[in-house]
Write a protein of this length. Structure first.
Ligand SMILES: Cc1cc2nc3c(=O)[nH]c(=O)nc-3n(C[C@H](O)[C@H](O)[C@H](O)COP(=O)(O)OP(=O)(O)OC[C@H]3O[C@@H](n4cnc5c(N)ncnc54)[C@H](O)[C@@H]3O)c2cc1C
Length: 479
């Protein structure tokens, strides 16, 4: 199998890349099963964008501020300057963002944005709408129900990938390889991510010596309903607080103001830590919707309305118990501002799997869908300029044993340790214990997929140990 492009992952980054690749190029898009099980599908709040040319400066400033001085300024400027272009492109292709009765685009506000600049679709179903639209419009050959388990790299060139489909294993070769496989949610006990997002490709990167950057910067979302049995915990979008929902304790007190004068609209890490500390002090924490009428809630947040009504909460009249949970990783495979993986010729990484530098130590809300759009387009542009024809080369099939009998228990322990020792508030001693655990597991006879998970976790822990001071989403106590 040989293609012009092979794309690993069918979220916003992978799908939007395919829309930008000319139709005369052959494109294979690979995804796990089912195809909607990705973080893009579950995105609720929306896509951040500069509202107009004048707003670009403020959007850049807000992004840099959230990133706590560790963003790549050039990447942030590219993100914001291109935001209007990609949004116009989506609209021109027929995508419908929510509008008011006069047909004007509706912008909402989220934490740490200095003005309303988040576009949404289907109320709180932006991700689902975008995913469906992009899937409907792709000309790529889509192959789901597969797992990419290896990258065929030699002398700085990625010749293709090794794919597993059930017991069948085969290599796919390409002139350009795009890694758009998303984040690392399943490494944590409590997370908001699609359940198939398990850091395989970051693990392969660690194994192959591809550069990983900013892995210690893991973002915890403050308002998550964690009391369901599913692996994926249910997120209550930031837009709820942007529109007036409040965070209260069992006495109805808005305690966040004890921690930060911005209260509910302080950056995510501050709100998450405040809730975490308040819970540790023995309090219960809720999201309160008293500011909303039922009609408004139902129209603006239809998905959340339905979900909680089904769970027995009469929202917006009932408040909902919440807790922080892992949500997003700022770090990933290091790329340049064209999405190209450092040190590689034809290998690109875009979206949550990548570290393009736009998020620094903390992501500004709703900048990640935008990152997927802007940088996938740029990666395609770069690949078209290079117009590579990689000389065909066959790679031997390696005998991978994906799982072994002890893996499940070890995987659960890893998730528990990541949540408790590599979580919202970190301590050096606990990080060292977590690192030791990963080393012990790696020395055991484990399946290959678990090995990839553990390698990704190890990269996060090592980066957290190397970062001695608290900054952005990395908070270390007792140094
Ligand atoms: C609940 C929730 C709400 C969010 N809300 C917002 C929001 O409002 N605004 C915003 O900007 N961001 C939001 N985010 C973050 C944002 O959704 C993600 O960062 C973004 O969608 C990531 O897109 P992606 O294309 O990089 O990866 P994903 O959309 O996660 O797609 C990854 C793809 O890679 C595939 N894959 C993974 N590993 C392999 C493998 N080994 N082999 C083959 N395929 C593989 C998966 O099957 C999937 O198709 C939210 C995230 C969550 C979880």
């Amino acid at each position: 199998m040989r293609y012009d492009y092979v794309i690993v992952g069918a979220g916003i980054a992978g799908l939007y890349a395919t829309l930008n690749i000319p139709k005369d190029k052959s494109v294979l898009l690979l995804s796990k099963d089912p195809i909607w099980e990705c973080n893009t599908f579950y995105a609720q709040g929306g896509v951040a964008t500069a509202v107009d040319e004048e707003d670009i400066y403020a959007h850049i400033e807000d992004t840099l501020k959230a990133g706590a001085g560790l963003c790549d300024k050039e990447a942030v400027e590219i993100l914001s300057r291109n935001s209007i272009l990609v949004i116009e492109d989506l609209i021109a292709r027929g995508f419908e963002f929510d509008r008011d009765e006069e047909g004007n685009l509706l912008f909402t506000k989220e934490a740490a944005h200095s003005r309303p600049r988040i576009l949404h679709a289907g109320g709180d179903a932006t991700g689902r709408e975008l995913h469906r639209f992009l899937l409907q419009n792709t000309h790529a050959k889509v192959f789901d129900g597969v797992i990419v388990i290896d990258l065929l790299i030699e002398d700085g060139i990625c010749h293709g990938v090794t794919v597993r489909q059930g017991a069948k294993q085969f290599n796919v070769y390409a002139n350009n390889v795009f890694l758009t496989s998303g984040g690392i949610g399943s490494l944590y006990e409590f997370h908001t991510n699609a359940k198939k997002i398990s850091a395989d490709i970051q693990g392969i990167a660690a194994l192959k010596g591809l550069p990983l950057k900013d892995m210690e910067f893991t973002q915890f979302h403050p308002t998550v309903f964690v009391y369901n049995k599913r692996a994926r915990k249910f997120l209550l979008t930031e837009a709820l607080r942007g529109e007036g929902a409040t965070v209260v304790d069992e006495e109805g007190r808005r305690f966040l103001f004890d921690y930060d004068p911005r209260g509910e609209l302080a950056p995510r890490d501050i709100v998450s830590r405040a809730i975490f500390r308040h819970q540790k002090a023995g309090h219960k924490v809720y999201l309160d919707f008293a500011a909303f009428s039922e009609e408004f809630f139902k129209k603006r947040f239809p998905n959340i309305y339905r979900t909680f009504r089904n769970l027995g909460y009469a929202v917006p009249f009932d408040r909902v118990p919440i807790s922080p949970a892992f949500h997003f990783i700022m770090g990933g495979i290091k790329t340049d501002t064209w999405g190209k993986v450092e040190g590689m010729e034809n290998l690109y990484a875009v979206g949550e799997v990548a570290c393009s530098g736009v998020h620094g130590a903390n992501r500004l809300a709703s900048n990640s869908l935008l990152e997927g759009l802007v940088f996938s387009k740029r990666a395609v542009e770069d690949s078209l300029i290079q117009d590579r024809q990689i000389r065909p080369k066959e790679f031997r099939q390696l005998p991978f044993v994906l799982t072994k009998s002890e893996d499940k228990a070890l995987k659960e322990r890893l998730r528990h340790i990541m949540w408790h020792k590599v979580g919202i508030i970190r301590k050096r001693g606990e990080l060292e214990e977590a690192l030791e655990f990963t080393q012990e597991v790696l020395e055991q006879d484990i399946g290959y997929l678990l090995k990839l998970r553990v390698l990704s976790a190890k990269a996060i822990i090592q980066a957290a140990l190397n970062r001695k001071e608290s900054v952005g989403a990395h908070y270390i106590e007792g140094e």
